[in-house]
Design a protein around this ligand. Structure first.
Ligand SMILES: [Zn+2]
Length: 313
């Protein structure tokens, strides 16, 4: 249509983009012949680079030198919060107020409240709702029966109901701190047949075939229990911790008559009631590969973390 007029103008002499735009707007109401006359007579036309809008119509077809397209991968697994790092990994973890470690069945990714949370891969929503531990959450089933779960959301997209198909990368909801959470973050899980897998083994990767899925590796975790560093210990947990500590001290004093302060901490630790039960059906712990043990040891667990059983499923 009018691009041809611009192309004609371009042949007569290229013009500045603003002149081209003005001409383009003006041309729609006049004849081509008149337009060409006007452009030719316009004093401000200069011989500079062709207007940015013109080449679109005149450019040659794109070169077809790119290599042949690779076969579509079996699964493209992205990140639910691109640009935000995992700050509490998958594996055995003990919160400061817990007597024993338990499996952190996903990863925590801290991000400001309201940050869009994206589907890690294409799939179909299996659950979307609210639970005590997870808060607002969405669960999606993908190829090979992989299931991803996005928890503590501040908001879930309205249209997400069981059976709704989602594209990888599409927004499922927003980061929040609902459920048992100490601050805005995403708790992200990957499961298969109910078994928790390390999301870090999947995030940001493409899998050519189903056999490339790191199912074995991702199911392993170190026996080492990391103690979570929590920036804010909730008031209720502080009260519980203090009560346990006081109870243990009293018991120790009554028993020994002469409590040794240095041993108190250890004694109270041992005497603590198991306020938070470990999972009844914990998957077998496999010996981690050396690299994994080393990394688990050096991992600094950070800031936000769940308070209690986010493992409910
Ligand atoms: Zn978590």
């Amino acid at each position: 249509m009018d691009f041809k007029l611009l192309a004609a103008a371009g042949r007569l002499g290229a013009m500045r983009p603003d002149a081209a735009l003005a001409a383009f707007v003006g041309l729609s109401a006049v004849t081509a012949a008149y337009a060409v006359q006007t452009l030719a007579a316009a004093p401000q036309i200069t011989l500079t680079a062709a207007p940015a809008s013109a080449p679109a119509a005149t450019a040659p077809p794109p070169a077809t030198t790119s290599p042949p397209a690779e076969p579509e991968p079996f699964l493209i697994f992205g990140e639910p919060l691109p640009g935000h790092a995992v700050n509490s990994p998958f594996g055995l973890r003990r919160m400061p107020w817990e007597a024993h470690g338990r499996l952190h069945e996903g990863v925590d990714i801290a991000a400001p409240g309201g940050t869009p949370v994206r589907a890690a891969a294409s799939g179909v929503v299996t659950r979307a709702g609210v639970s005590f531990g997870y808060g607002r959450f969405v669960e999606v089933r993908h190829a090979a029966d992989l299931v991803t779960l996005y928890a503590h959301l501040g908001k879930v997209e309205r249209h997400l109901k069981p059976g709704v198909a989602v594209e990888g990368g599409s927004v499922l909801g927003r980061v929040g701190s609902t459920g048992t959470s100490t601050g805005p973050h995403l708790h992200f899980e990957v499961r298969r047949d109910g078994r928790p897998l390390d999301p870090a083994a999947f995030m940001g990767r493409r899998f050519a075939t189903v056999d490339d899925l790191p199912l074995k590796t991702a199911a392993r975790y170190s026996r080492r229990v990391r103690v979570a560093q929590v920036s804010v210990i909730p008031k209720q947990k502080q009260i519980e911790m203090a009560a346990r500590e006081a109870g243990a001290k009293a018991a120790k004093a009554a028993k020994a008559g002469d409590p040794k302060p240095a041993a108190e901490a250890r004694a109270s630790e041992a005497a603590r009631p198991r306020a938070i039960l470990q999972f009844a059906a914990r998957p077998p712990v496999e010996a981690p590969p050396p690299a994994m043990a080393a990394s688990a040891e050096s991992q600094a667990v950070d800031a936000v973390a769940e308070l209690v059983a986010e493992a409910e499923s």
